[in-house]
Write a protein that binds this ligand. Structure first.
Ligand code: SF4
Length: 462
């Protein structure tokens, strides 16, 4: 899913580094060694005239024609060296790419002896390799001699022993089972990084991600876990104890976020976490059936859903699924008072035309103009490694389209600088929340209202 990576192209400590130093030894050891999703070129590029050139010139991206010649382009680099010592050093004039997954050694905080032993660490991610553990699942119903999965609109009708199209749900006898009571990731993130901008700014999230996705997006920066069972066959996840996670989150006054892969596939874990008192956030593709939305809405505090297009055919080409059920889920969750934020990656040729963006903005505004809309810069990676990144100009134009449609809050995380991240009062336009790239700089809200004109700003502020 959309929340992408960390890593400062200038080599300075980033948000993750700052968070890491506050962790205990055990937590550091468990830290997601794998999930440093490099998005280095996405740093402040407000004044970049040619963002592609800036992207290509960034030394943090590995060189596809260097030491790693012959590998697939998106598998090029597995280490991050200090600036100036990149293993796949950039050659001027040559395109550079970097694998979005980097091992624990990239962190400045090294794992210390905590007594925690790893079981055959995966070579590129440092997480445990193991077999999937299957447990009873919700949202299955008999259909003749078959068992019908009603979690997502794919509607797999399974014979005994058959695995669904998502590869993480299956039939066993008369029971549906899931492999998603597990996680490939366990780390602390700021809530802004999911992204949620109207959910307790500055709060932390205990972030988990089970392998699997109902989409097959060809630009997925997290494809190593999301495309389990398709492009990647290694199960790299460990079982999750929902009560322990909920206690941990409560101790930190943190949310629990399911992100990076598709959280709706972890429906059972979501229900367990909520039953244990955790406040659960999803970064989701929204590809749910109405039954699933009904069942899961009460367990969800907030959901950020991607709208990746408006045309079913083009959306299907990009993701392997139509967009209509996504729009239905957004309406359903909003009707059930789940706090929603929407993200749209500006993907060249798929979802970047003014008409597409206006259609999305008008759809959101028709539901509620106070729903925040996050415009995401497209990252050339995976099967779209050859495409151009979104230009800052295109992001600025898209932001204007959102405002013209009547949306109160349209955000651009990095390419437009602080102005793109700040929350403004929709009435008097006073900036009321100031953000860094992945954190809170200053919150001037007074009990959820503008300190200047007392307009209520919608969101979850406590
Ligand atoms: S969640 Fe998986 S098993 Fe269920 S319908 Fe969707 S793809 Fe099929």
């Amino acid at each position: 899913m959309g929340d992408a990576g960390i890593g400062r192209p200038d080599g300075q400590p980033d948000v993750k580094d700052k968070i890491s130093v506050n962790l205990s030894q055990e937590e550091i050891t468990k830290l997601d060694a794998d999930m440093i999703f490099v998005a280095a070129y996405q740093d402040e590029t407000k004044n970049a005239e040619d963002p592609k050139a800036k992207f290509q010139a960034n030394p943090l991206w590995g060189h596809p024609q260097g030491q790693d010649r012959g590998r697939q382009r998106h598998h090029v680099v597995h280490r991050r060296e200090p600036p100036g010592r990149q293993r796949d050093a950039h050659r001027p004039g040559q395109p550079v790419r970097r694998d979005p997954v980097t091992p624990l050694s990239a962190f400045r905080v090294k794992p210390r002896d905590s007594g925690f032993t790893r079981n055959r660490p995966c070579h590129h991610r440092g997480v445990e390799r193991s077999e999937a553990t299957w447990s009873p699942a919700v949202l299955f119903e008999p259909s003749g001699s078959r068992l019908l999965c009603t979690l997502c609109p794919t509607g797999c009708s399974l014979a005994d022993g058959q695995v669904g199209a998502c590869k993480v749900r299956r039939r066993s006898g008369d029971t549906g089972e899931t492999a998603t009571r597990a996680t490939s990731v366990r780390h602390l993130d700021p809530v802004e990084r999911k992204p949620f901008y109207h959910v307790r700014p500055g709060a932390q999230t205990v972030t988990l991600a089970a392998p699997g996705c109902t989409f097959r997006c060809d630009y997925c920066v997290n494809h190593r876990i999301s495309q389990y069972g398709r492009d990647h066959d290694t199960w790299s996840a460990t079982p999750v104890d929902a009560s322990a996670i909920a206690r941990d989150a409560a101790t930190r006054d943190a949310f629990v976020a399911l992100s990076y892969s598709e959280p709706s596939l972890a429906a059972e874990l979501t229900l367990d976490l909520a039953a244990q008192g955790a406040r659960v956030l999803w970064k989701s593709n929204g590809f749910l059936t109405p039954q699933a939305a009904d069942l899961l809405a009460p367990a969800l505090t907030a959901v950020n859903i991607d709208i990746k297009g408006t045309d079913d055919t083009r959306h299907h080409r990009l993701t392997g699924a139509p967009v209509t059920p996504v729009l239905d889920t957004i309406r359903a969750l909003h009707a059930k008072n789940v706090w929603l934020e929407i993200s749209t990656p500006l993907i060249p040729g798929i979802c970047d035309s003014p008409r597409d963006l206006a259609t999305i903005a008008e759809f959101i505004a028709a539901i509620d103009p106070a729903i925040p809309w996050h415009l995401l810069r497209f990252t050339p990676t995976y099967r779209r490694a050859q495409d151009n990144p979104t230009t800052p100009t295109a992001l600025a134009e898209a932001r204007a389209i959102g405002h013209k449609a009547g949306l109160h809050h349209v955000y651009v995380e990095r390419a437009l600088g602080e102005e793109g991240r700040n929350t403004h009062c929709p009435t008097c336009r006073t900036p009321v929340i100031h953000r860094t790239i992945w954190g809170l700089a200053r919150n001037d809200l007074s009990d959820g209202t503008c300190p200047h004109c007392a307009t209520t700003i919608q969101g979850i502020w406590r």
